[in-house]
Design a protein around this ligand. Structure first.
Ligand SMILES: O=c1[nH]cnc2c(O)cc(-c3ccc(F)cc3)cc12
Ligand SMILES: [Mg+2]
Length: 214
């Protein structure tokens, strides 16, 4: 049945982007997914909000839950200061294989650690495996039913500190009502909703930014 959607996205990057140029990789994926076939990248509109939060936080340690093809991985990693790392977790090995190639094509492989496996198993290993004390920034973009359990796991593993910023994609579409209730009702979080649109569409979606108060 030919190439998978992630494989077609990689081909579009190899055809239309310039090696070592993250902006061109982002533009190539956005053009392909807007004009050829939709894919679940955070996209250009929500991507600008992601950029502004990453720039504001300027994290020394960052975690992404859900790599997919590496689009948001590239968006985040291109903004990180030298010497800082982004750890990205991906459950699907086929997605991970494509993401590694797209991240490398952007020239950002030295700033990114891609780990394959279920986030619920990998989060408790972050300290010992990667020498992480805590995360300054976490981007939740994997599976809506994992947002609450993984947030609780980050808390329990002592991976959040006073001021850690969580940014969650898809809080409207497909929607994460449990997560919104959790971060909006828990006094340990200061939450704010950034209204936007589902990637490459006119459907409403948004990002929820939640600061852990410790
Ligand atoms: O499953 C998803 N994980 C991470 N991000 C997603 C994302 O940005 C969008 C969607 C999505 C949205 C609408 C639809 F009709 C079908 C899929 C899923 C995920
Ligand atoms: Mg998403």
């Amino acid at each position: 049945t030919g190439l998978s959607r992630p494989q077609r996205i990689l081909k579009a990057v190899q055809k239309n982007a310039t090696k070592g140029n993250p902006e061109s990789v982002i533009a190539a994926i956005d053009h392909y997914c807007r004009h050829s076939e939709w894919a679940m990248n955070v996209g250009d509109e929500k991507g600008l909000i992601l950029d502004s939060v990453v720039t504001e936080v300027n994290p020394s340690t960052a975690l992404e839950l859900g790599t997919y093809c590496g689009y948001s991985t590239v968006r985040i990693a291109r903004l990180l200061s030298p010497g800082t790392k982004l750890i990205t977790l991906e459950f699907n090995p086929d997605y991970a294989a494509i993401a590694r190639q797209i991240i490398a094509y952007a020239g950002l492989q030295d700033k990114v650690i891609l780990v394959e496996g279920p986030s619920g198993d990998l989060i408790p290993k972050m300290k010992q495996q990667h020498g992480i004390k805590s995360f300054d920034f976490v981007f939740l973009d994997h599976w809506k039913d994992r947002y609450v359990p993984d947030t609780k796991l980050l808390e329990e593993c002592g991976l959040l500190r006073k001021g850690s910023v969580l940014l969650a994609d898809n809080v409207i579409c497909p929607g994460t009502p449990e997560y919104l209730k959790y971060v909006r009702n828990d006094p340990r979080y200061e939450s704010r909703y950034f209204k936007s649109n589902l990637e490459y569409t006119k459907v409403e979606d948004g990002l929820e930014k939640s600061v852990f108060l410790g």
